[in-house]
Design a protein around this ligand. Structure first.
Ligand code: ATP
Length: 254
């Protein structure tokens, strides 16, 4: 089984704080993998490292066997890594459709400064991006909101819209940062099915940060556990639930 993502001995320090320490972990292709740990354990920092927002102080990150830890966020996204954020970050003055189109523009061949030279092709491409974005809204049951301002959507729909925008970049690896945050138990259960559906429909590998243990245990095939920036355990959901270090560090706080 090949790994789509590998972190080798990754450390990041902010002044005196070591947010992630000598972390070695991987995400196998086509799997849904969990990344859990108490508040401040370093989970979002790991996402920021993978997606290029932060550069490791030490260590290396590989995506599809290519070293990405020195690349820009744009280059990493272009290679097939997309993410959502813990606090929803939609473009507030744009419609739902326009938000998803932004994701599609990552794949655009014609940059804006070339448009005067290749107007018909660029316009055709823009129409395709719009059509693809609308199809994504349909597939994620968001089409009814296409022309609504993104921030006027119900909360659960905004969460799905963020995922739609990430999917528009045509990722191979999707990083989901606490997608169940703010959801009620029923919405969380629906999210479980939704994550499984998009994994198979879009042929994705998924790395999931989540505090909702029902979601984590219900959807993840393997789980990595962080505490104070260091890996304290990894295993399948059954093993993780029984692991004394995990119970003490995290599940014990539930
Ligand atoms: P939560 O579950 O609460 O979201 P987390 O596991 O995602 O927590 P991080 O947000 O990754 O934790 O934070 C880990 C540590 O790194 C924290 O102590 C945080 O303050 C620190 N940290 C993260 N980014 C920075 C930064 N840019 N500058 C300074 N410290 C940072």
């Amino acid at each position: 089984m090949s790994n789509i993502l590998e972190l080798n001995d990754v450390t990041i320090r902010f002044g005196g704080i070591t947010a992630v320490k000598e972390l070695t972990m991987n995400v196998p292709k086509d799997k849904i993998i969990g990344l859990i740990g108490p508040n401040g354990a370093g989970k979002t920092t790991v996402f920021n490292l993978i997606s290029g927002f932060y550069k490791p102080t030490e260590g290396e990150i590989f995506f599809k066997q290519e070293k990405i830890s020195e690349k820009s966020t744009h280059e990493i996204c272009g290679r097939g890594v997309a993410r959502t954020f813990q606090n929803i970050r939609l473009f507030t003055n744009q419609t739902a459709l326009e938000n998803v189109m932004v994701g599609g523009h990552v794949r655009r061949k014609y940059a804006w400064w070339t448009i005067p030279l290749c107007l018909p092709s660029a316009m055709k491409e823009e129409r395709e991006i719009r059509r693809n974005a609308y199809e994504l809204l349909e597939r994620l049951s968001l089409a009814e909101y296409a022309d609504e301002l993104a921030t006027s959507l119900p909360y659960g729909a905004q969460r799905r819209l963020e995922i739609a925008r990430a999917l528009a970049t045509q990722p191979k690896l999707l990083l989901l940062d606490e997608p169940a945050a703010g959801m009620n138990p029923q919405e969380s259960l629906e999210l479980l099915d939704f994550i499984k559906e998009i994994r198979s429909e879009f042929d994705l590998s998924i790395l999931l940060i989540e505090h909702d243990m029902k979601v984590v245990m219900g959807v993840c095939e393997h789980i990595w556990v962080l505490e104070y920036g260091s890996l304290i355990a990894n295993g399948n959901p059954h093993e993780i639930q029984k692991n004394p270090a995990v119970i003490a560090a995290y599940l014990g706080d539930e």
